[in-house]
Design a protein around this ligand. Structure first.
Ligand SMILES: Nc1ncnc2c1ncn2[C@@H]1O[C@H](COP(=O)(O)OP(=O)(O)OP(=O)(O)O)[C@@H](O)[C@H]1O
Ligand SMILES: [Mg+2]
Length: 393
């Protein structure tokens, strides 16, 4: 069992630093490719120490990806020299600490601090699951088609999954024209239609038999392959499915059709978070305004709504403030318009997985943080960079 791994392609540096690392049970890899194969084989790994000879961009790309894939792992970067601009870039990418190679004492301290943080995080994730055994239901909707509901729902589900830190179910309640299967490139063999015959007596194995696994920890309950079957999915069945699913997931994200159907109302009734999506055009704005008013009438709490402005940067003469004023609610997340979105949709690969640092991915992660209540999670403390005075200016 090895909690640490040290990537250093430079043989000379390795000859100097490697033995000490190995003496505390650390593993050594010589290339990024070797590191990529090492991590899945040693899932207990809590720390990756990236050596000074690895190019910074490569190290940061790895870190950003890792943060999603295995958020518990801390990355500590060794550099020949450090400067403030680089430290900021590293922090933004999610590196836990950057230390100078000449100061190997600091490397030791940084690695042990990072392992302590990972251990504390893993305990809090586990105990968090014990405290809140019931999954929170997040429903994404809009009063008009084509606003990006399915794109946001799918990527939000992946963001909430956080590389395996949480269990997530995505439910496609667009029973006639559901797109979740396409967006995740999943076979349409199993669907919510399989639940129709189990209505009234659905149990966990029954639910398992109709969901499609996507990644370890993410399942999808797809829309029926045959749109006609959608009519037989009653409101009661939707509630039953959510009831059976709740104890087994941390989050259930629901994608919806453009019209508020009976099934959608059922889901909204039991939702913890409402995610209305609005795009910068007047017809959409009008429908969202109406939806918000309908919500007020139904007495859904406003502080549970996280309004998303999708394609926020599109120039159509409406400012963010105009839109907020028109709806009477502030935005929780501004998702920019990008050509990479339709590309990711066509490829069936969530942008959040393929490009975790993309501005669109960042905006959706911010939304996920709001849902998970982690948006105020403390940034790595200054103390972590305790030796900041050594930063060269
Ligand atoms: N931020 C964005 N930037 C660029 N294109 C986007 C963005 N968001 C969504 N789109 C594109 O808009 C189209 C509609 O997106 P999506 O299918 O997610 O919307 P929807 O509201 O679920 O639509 P439908 O009514 O068909 O269910 C897709 O082609 C998608 O690629
Ligand atoms: Mg859709």
């Amino acid at each position: 069992m090895s909690l640490y791994v040290y990537l250093e392609p430079d043989r000379e540096i390795l000859a100097e630093r490697g033995p000490e690392f190995q003496s505390v049970g650390g593993a050594i890899v010589h290339s990024m490719a070797e590191l990529e194969t090492h991590l899945p084989r040693y899932p207990e790994t809590l720390l990756v120490l990236i050596g000074a000879s690895v190019p910074l961009d490569e190290a940061l790309m790895f870190t950003a990806y890792q943060r999603l894939q295995r958020p518990l792992i801390g990355v500590v970067l060794v550099r020949k020299q450090i400067n403030p601009a680089e430290v900021i870039r590293c922090l933004q990418a999610g590196v836990r600490d950057v230390v100078e190679e000449a100061d190997w004492d600091s490397v030791r301290q940084a690695t042990s601090r990072s392992v302590d943080i990972s251990k504390a995080l893993s305990t809090s994730i586990r105990s968090g699951a014990e405290v809140a055994p019931f999954g929170r239901i997040v429903t994404v909707f809009a009063g008009k088609g084509g606003c990006g509901r399915s794109f946001v729902a799918v990527n939000l589900a992946v963001a909430l999954w956080a590389g395996g830190a949480r269990r997530v179910l995505i439910v496609d309640l667009d029973l006639q024209f559901g797109d979740v299967a396409i967006m995740l490139k999943l076979p349409p063999d199993r669907s919510i239609a399989g639940g129709i015959a189990m209505a009234g007596r659905l149990d966990e194995p029954g639910l398992r038999s109709i969901v499609t696994p996507y990644r370890p920890g993410v399942d999808a309950l797809l829309a029926p392959g045959n749109p006609a079957q959608g009519e037989h999915v009653r409101r009661e069945l939707v509630l039953e499915i959510l009831d059976v699913a709740r104890p087994h997931y941390d989050f259930i994200v629901i994608d919806t059709p453009a019209i508020v159907t009976d099934q959608v109302l059922a889901a909204l009734d039991v939702s913890d978070w409402f995610i209305p999506i609005v795009t910068p055009d007047l017809p959409t704005l009008k429908t969202v305004r109406l939806t918000v008013e309908m919500f007020d009438m139904l007495e859904y709490p406003r502080d549970r709504s996280l309004l998303v402005f999708n394609r926020a940067n599109t120039q159509v003469g409406l400012t963010t403030a105009d839109v907020e004023e028109a709806i009477g609610m502030p935005f929780a997340s501004l998702v920019p318009s990008s050509r990479d979105v339709p590309i990711s949709v066509n490829q069936g690969e969530p942008l959040l997985l393929t490009e975790p640092l993309h501005p669109v991915s960042r905006a959706i992660r911010q939304l996920a943080d709001r849902c998970a209540g982690t948006e105020t999670a403390p940034e790595p403390k200054r103390g972590l960079f305790g030796r900041r005075k050594k930063v060269t200016r």
